[in-house]
Design a protein around this ligand. Structure first.
Ligand code: AMP
Length: 429
């Protein structure tokens, strides 16, 4: 590779990873603020975990024949010889933390929320990043159906903040007994049709037959039309759980569609699975904005001695930002500035910080361009930003300890002693 080409490549963010600049930065932060606020109202508390985890957490916790683990993990070997991965998802790591910190001895269930970057080595395309951002909820330690409904409702209320119509697709995978029984049926069915399904899918049969149902291969799609359905295998416990979740959603007027094709990629789900989507005007559904489900079997799969029933979801922040109506997510720290601070000359510059500090302490948002010197230029910037008042601080004002407050619209102005500034600006509209 030529030196010039090499430099050009390294001066770009890695493929599928991006910078958050300007409005994008604030929208993401605004989303997390809103999501946390709603989650707190529904009884969740925040938790933050490391970006790196032991590889086994995900091999066991997500499943070693899923796409995420098989193809998409960023793995590394540390200098000490540990095999770590950049977390591809949150649930297995949260369960690790729950077990490690003995959260099972707290009053159950434990409600947790988390957020931040996750890493999947996918083929980048619209709405699919290699460093993606999620906001997640987990309720650990109870098998009650009402908790599935609370999870779905909390995610739904967060997504509604985008200003878009959100639809929930929901399905049940039944409990572990149902899954076992269903897998048996499914394997027998595919064995009978082995000559008619795509070669690629044949290989999956022994590792994860349910993924053959998701196949995009034309031959397999044809065969799948007659595949046995999981719904026909449901036992009474599973039917009762699903019915109960739907009743809670009905009572809360949460719109949903039952979608029996929804299985979701990860191995650890049981009972409820769901996804959030929007529809365009032609009735086409968007990429999933988030999804989740119940994962009663996860703790044991990860090596814990006890079953720990749990339910959770992950929302895709990148995709949510894409569909959010303008102004949906404004972080609290970003306020419309009321004052533009103008300083002219050496004496004024020296004392400028004191005035900014008076305004900050009173929580008045302020903009300035301290690197400029010219009054006309600075007034021009204030005007172009549509800021209602300018504070003008020149040599004379610096010596007299005053400041000129100018109404940018009426151009009326008044000179105020600095120590009275905080009280005076309170009287301004
Ligand atoms: P998952 O952890 O796979 O259940 O994903 C939860 C949500 O995260 C999805 O519904 C998407 O909205 C989002 N998501 C998953 N993978 C990506 C990705 N590569 N880029 C952007 N968003 C993603």
């Amino acid at each position: 590779m030529s030196a010039a080409k090499k430099t050009k490549d390294t001066l770009q963010a890695p493929k599928g990873m991006r910078d958050f600049i300007g409005d994008n930065f604030y929208t993401k932060q605004g989303f997390y603020e809103k999501a946390q606020e709603i989650a707190e109202y529904y009884g969740f508390s925040g938790i933050e975990l490391p970006i790196l985890e032991h590889e086994d957490i995900f091999i066991k916790g997500v499943g070693d024949n899923t796409d995420i683990v098989e193809k998409e993990m960023y793995s590394l070997k540390t200098k000490g010889g540990d095999k770590l991965v950049m977390r591809p998802e949150g649930t297995a790591a949260i369960m690790r933390s729950y077990i490690e910190h003995g959260m099972g001895s707290l009053p159950q269930p434990v409600f947790l929320y988390y957020g931040g970057p996750f890493f999947r080595h996918e083929r980048p395309q619209k709405g699919r990043y290699r460093q993606l951002y999620q906001f997640g909820l987990e309720i650990i330690g109870s098998e009650k159906a009402v908790l599935d409904a609370i999870t779905i409702q909390t995610g739904y209320q967060i997504l509604k903040e985008t200003g878009q119509d959100i639809t929930i697709k929901i399905n049940t995978l039944g409990d572990s007994e149902v899954r076992k029984e269903y897998l048996k049926k499914l394997k027998a069915f595919y064995r009978k049709n082995s000559k008619r399904i795509a070669k690629k899918d044949l290989e999956r049969l022994s590792t994860n037959p349910m993924r053959v149902l998701d196949s995009k291969e034309p031959d397999t799609i044809l065969v799948n039309e007659n595949a046995p359905t999981l719904i026909s295998t449901l036992n009474d416990i599973s039917k009762k759980h699903f019915k109960s979740v739907l009743e809670y959603l009905d009572a809360a007027h949460i719109p949903y569609e039952i979608d029996n094709t929804l299985v979701r990629g990860l191995d650890y789900y049981a009972h409820t699975v769901f996804e959030y989507v929007t529809y365009d005007k032609d009735g086409n559904s968007s990429l999933a904005l988030g999804g989740g489900g119940r994962y009663d079997g996860l703790a044991k799969v990860m090596g814990h001695t006890k079953d720990v029933p749990a339910v959770g979801l992950g929302l895709g922040v990148d995709r949510i930002m894409d569909i959010a109506k303008e102004g949906s997510f404004n972080p609290k720290i970003r306020k419309k500035p009321k004052f533009f601070f103008i300083q002219i000359g050496y004496e004024a510059k020296g004392k400028a910080f004191n005035i900014i500090e008076i305004l900050r302490k009173k929580k008045y948002p302020i903009k300035h361009s301290l690197s400029k010197n010219n009054l006309g230029k600075q007034l021009g910037i204030a005007e172009s930003l549509g800021i209602p008042y300018a504070l003008i601080f020149g040599k004379k004002e610096a010596i007299d300890s005053t400041v000129i407050v100018r109404n940018m619209k009426t151009r009326k102005q008044k000179t105020i002693p600095i120590e009275e500034l905080a009280d005076y600006i309170k009287t301004l509209k």
